[in-house]
Design a protein around this ligand. Structure first.
Ligand SMILES: NC(=O)c1ccc[n+]([C@@H]2O[C@H](COP(=O)([O-])OP(=O)(O)OC[C@H]3O[C@@H](n4cnc5c(N)ncnc54)[C@H](OP(=O)(O)O)[C@@H]3O)[C@@H](O)[C@H]2O)c1
Length: 373
């Protein structure tokens, strides 16, 4: 074990009864704020440590963060002091939401120090020994944790969740890939401004406008989708052998990414079969993970849905809404999907990954679990 505080020895822990302490790296940002909002009253986890840049370190969270969410900043969190972004004094479990360039340097240091690092950044998503996981889609890829040198040395490891636009797409595609096989995917996105962090795109650039460019996003969507839908093959993942092309656009919506999708399937399917595949897709049923949506992919039958304002908060923002299923005259089928980018596409995705890891006994050792009970 390196510098990350073992679960049982922090003073804070004794005041938390039996919840698992969570540290948030990048706590003042858009995703960091969502973690704080979503973890308030979480039955298993409690925020114990907050870190951000040198600009924020040493201030109270209330002073350091520009709180931008529509629920009040919890008093307890507002009073907490923002720590330096270093493993010393951090709890064992870290939810990280920092820029990829910084994450590339910083996240391995936390893993080497014995932390379980659950990351939102793109820095290690495509690394062969780092799992890129959506619990409903590819939980078995978590095995890659055991391939990481830090796991053997200190117990620490890294797990990533996908890009915010990839998550909704893959959740809608997985039930279809499983039943009918997937050969080609065309996707064009309309992505919310909160996806660019805070302050994000300047208002003069996005109001009354559409920006047809999000740096690196199309490449990420294409590569991550095939890794997520790929097969665990010994020490790495063999990506799905399908064709994919993505067009990514920024639109003046606050939260919620909308995507227009066309697909070619390996075997013919009727609309009823596709709707049944989505409706019956409940791979986490019975696991009792607090953040798992009951119906992960929800079909909206109205001809003008899904819409960000009306559909992004289904199942507290954790469900993906699909609609407008119809024949595609170039490929086989086309539809529209919507997912909440900072909940399902970021903070909620990390929390669900953490719940899955906890349920598999990979978030803490058996001795730690027993001692906490
Ligand atoms: N927004 C989304 O929908 C979304 C979705 C999926 C993934 N992501 C990814 O999640 C990450 C964070 O995104 P965001 O939207 O939350 O960004 P953001 O609003 O810009 O927040 C960035 C956070 O990183 C902190 N930070 C900056 N430099 C740092 C340093 N040197 N050391 C430690 N912390 C530092 C900032 O702290 P200060 O306040 O002190 O500067 C802030 O807390 C990015 O990698 C992004 O690509 C975002």
């Amino acid at each position: 074990m390196g510098n990350c505080a073992p679960l049982l020895y922090t003073e804070k822990f004794t005041t938390m009864q039996n919840k698992i302490p969570i540290g948030i790296l990048g706590a003042t940002g858009m995703v960091g704020q969502r973690y704080i909002q979503l973890l308030e009253d979480h039955p298993w986890f409690e925020v114990a440590w907050l870190a951000a840049s040198d600009r924020s370190s040493g201030k109270t969270y209330g002073e350091a963060a520009k709180w931008r969410l529509d629920t009040p900043l919890p008093e307890r969190i507002a009073r907490m002091t923002v720590a330096p972004a270093e493993p010393a004094g951090a709890p064992r479990v870290i939810f990280a939401s920092i820029d990829a360039a910084i994450a590339r340097e910083m996240e391995p240091k936390f893993a080497e120090a014995g932390c379980a690092v659950l990351s939102n950044s793109s820095a290690f998503r495509m690394a062969p020994n780092v799992p890129l996981v959506i619990p409903e889609v590819n939980a078995e890829h978590l095995h890659l944790i055991e391939e990481q040198p830090s796991r053997k040395a200190s117990g620490g490891y890294m797990v990533t969740n996908p890009n915010c636009s990839t998550i909704g797409l893959v959740m809608a595609l997985k039930p279809l890939a499983e039943r009918f096989g997937l050969e080609q995917i065309f996707v064009s996105t309309m992505q919310a401004v909160s996806g660019a962090g805070y302050p994000g795109v300047a208002s003069m650039d996005i109001l009354d406008n559409v920006v047809p460019y999000i740096g690196g996003e199309e490449e990420k969507m294409e590569a991550e989708t095939l890794k997520l839908l790929g097969k665990l093959d010994g020490h790495s993942v063999a990506p799905l052998a399908a064709g994919i092309t993505a067009h990514c656009n920024r639109v003046p919506v606050v939260d919620g990414h909308t995507e227009c999708v066309s697909i070619k399937l390996s075997r013919k399917a009727t609309a009823e079969e596709i709707l049944a595949a989505w409706a019956e897709y409940k791979p986490l049923a019975g696991m009792n993970l607090p953040f798992a949506p009951v119906q992960p992919v929800q079909f909206a039958a109205q001809p003008d849905r899904p819409q960000p304002r009306l559909d992004r908060n289904r199942e507290k923002g954790m469900a993906v809404t699909v609609g407008r299923l119809r024949k595609c005259s170039l490929l086989d089928w086309k539809f529209v999907l919507l997912s909440h980018n900072t909940v399902r596409g970021a903070a909620g995705a990390t929390i669900l990954n953490a719940e899955l890891l906890a349920s598999l006994g990979k978030l803490e050792t058996a001795a730690e679990t027993a001692a906490r009970a």
